[in-house]
Design a protein around this ligand. Structure first.
Ligand code: FES
Length: 140
């Protein structure tokens, strides 16, 4: 995490109301994590306490304190996707992921009527069966 990049991210949101969450997302995207140094810099820039910033960081699962270099596949395991069979196909995905791919459980990707759903990067994949989910994991 470079201070220059961190300062640039914070400056890009200068004067914006409710800047904390957008900045945190940008930091997570740029560095793969929001570490203690980023929390301190953000607290100082936004005139918040470190506890306030840390409270937000630790509340949302999108923010992680350490970078994980593995590719990530997010699999929705919320109620609609459960009703549409995600629990029957998750085992094959876990086996395909092994330790190479981070298989992350999320709760709703916004396509509830067409589950089971997964997301890789910015793209959401719908109506997955076991073979399609395994293929996503293998190609991640
Ligand atoms: S419950 Fe899975 S996308 Fe909404």
């Amino acid at each position: 995490m470079t201070k220059a990049t961190l300062d640039q991210i914070i400056a890009s949101h200068a004067g914006r109301d409710g800047a904390l969450l957008p900045i945190l997302h940008d930091i997570q995207h740029a560095f793969g994590c929001v570490d203690a140094a980023a929390e301190a810099a953000l607290a100082a820039a936004l005139n918040l306490s470190r506890a306030e910033v840390h409270g937000v960081v630790s509340f949302y699962h999108d923010f992680t304190p350490d970078a994980d270099p593995r590719p990530e596949v997010q699999v929705c395991r919320a109620e609609s996707c459960k009703a549409r069979g995600v629990e029957a196909i998750i085992g094959a995905a876990e086996a395909a992921a092994g330790s190479r791919v981070k298989l992350k459980t999320v709760y709703c990707l916004g396509l509830c009527s067409s589950g089971p759903n997964a997301r890789v990067g910015e793209r959401v994949y719908a109506r997955l069966d076991s073979a399609a989910l395994v293929k996503l994991v293998e190609n991640a």
